[in-house]
Design a protein. Structure first.
Lengths: 165, 149
């Protein structure tokens, strides 16, 4: 997978978490997976379709998710509350929306769909169709994972025009 | 949360009333807190574009804060429908997806402004102040910056 397509997601997660957790996350691991993704904590997925299509899973350790939920709610949130899952969805929406905006500004056009909370089974199924890049970010409240799976839906016209005949 | 100088309607000096449209409960809650810190009042909430249209007609708000990516009906289509029925509607798009085509489409359909998530209260305050003053319907109680309570 091209790193220039992944970089906006890294930058976006970095910026959004830094705002919410008041500390910059650190990338501690990067792996490639071709089989199903095994969820580590609370996960949400956002799909996009267009010249590039795919999906990104945001997966957070419960403590990190609770911290983000408290930031978004503007008050302390109990880790057992269902709103913590909702917070992961909203964070996924922000991170992926911001990244997609950057990719769109570079000429890639696609439509983004609303985020969905993922169960363990849905996570495994979501990762079975294509190769994914999994990034692990370390924060003081626990790890945050980004599972990025993208593929070209069709070749961009600009690239087509540069192909030698 | 930091408190701001209250934004009120010029016509009667009452608190500006807001309709908050977002499929995320969290986003609505967060925006509601910001609106209250601006001295505003939440007149209604909606989780999709269809509900936004009916809630607009029911509540007749001074400002709508509208997400773009939502189930059933997206924000841009909801803007078009609301503005067709209510040409004076003041709608601010609030979305994490902020690329040019989206912003342009929303503005062409009648939205007044755009703010990208995550929303910073200071930025939203300035945008709302601008939009409320845009057609002279409302303005801050006092000129000047924010205040801490």
């Amino acid at each position: 997978m091209r790193m220039d397509l992944i970089q906006p997601f890294i930058g976006s997660l970095d910026a959004v978490l830094a705002e919410m957790m008041k500390t910059a996350p650190r990338i501690v691991d990067l792996t490639m997976e071709e089989e199903g993704y095994r969820r580590k904590g609370l996960a949400a997925s956002v799909s996009f379709k267009g010249e590039i299509q795919g999906r990104v899973i945001l997966d957070m350790d419960p403590q990190a998710a609770t911290q983000v939920a408290s930031y978004l709610a503007g008050e302390e949130v109990d880790s057992a509350q269902p709103m913590v899952r909702e917070a992961v969805c909203e964070l996924a929406n922000m991170v992926i929306g911001n990244a997609v905006t950057q990719l769109n500004d570079r000429g890639f056009q696609f439509k983004v769909f609303p985020p969905e909370v993922l169960t363990e089974e849905q996570c495994a199924a979501a990762g079975q169709d294509s190769e994914a890049t999994i990034l692990c970010f370390e924060t003081p409240s626990g790890n945050v994972y980004l599972d990025i799976s993208m593929q070209y839906h069709r070749r961009r016209s600009r690239e087509r025009s540069t192909v030698a005949v | 949360m930091k408190q701001f100088e209250a934004l009120t309607r010029k016509k009667d000096n009452q608190a500006a009333r807001y309709l908050i449209v977002d499929d995320s409960v969290f986003a609505r809650k967060s925006l509601a807190k910001m609106v209250e810190s601006f001295g505003g009042q939440v007149a209604g909430e909606a989780g999709d574009g269809c509900t936004a249209i009916t809630e607009y007609a029911r509540t007749n708000p001074d400002i709508v804060l509208m997400d773009i990516t939502m189930p059933q009906m997206e924000g841009i289509e909801a803007v078009e429908r609301i503005v067709q029925e209510h040409p004076d509607a003041r709608i601010v798009m609030v979305s994490s997806v902020g690329y040019q085509e989206n912003i342009l489409a929303a503005l062409q359909k009648g939205a007044r402004h755009f703010v990208q998530k995550p929303v910073k209260p200071d930025a939203l305050y300035e945008i709302i102040r601008y939009v409320l003053n845009d057609d002279g319907v409302a303005s801050p109680v006092h000129a000047g910056g924010e205040r801490d309570r």
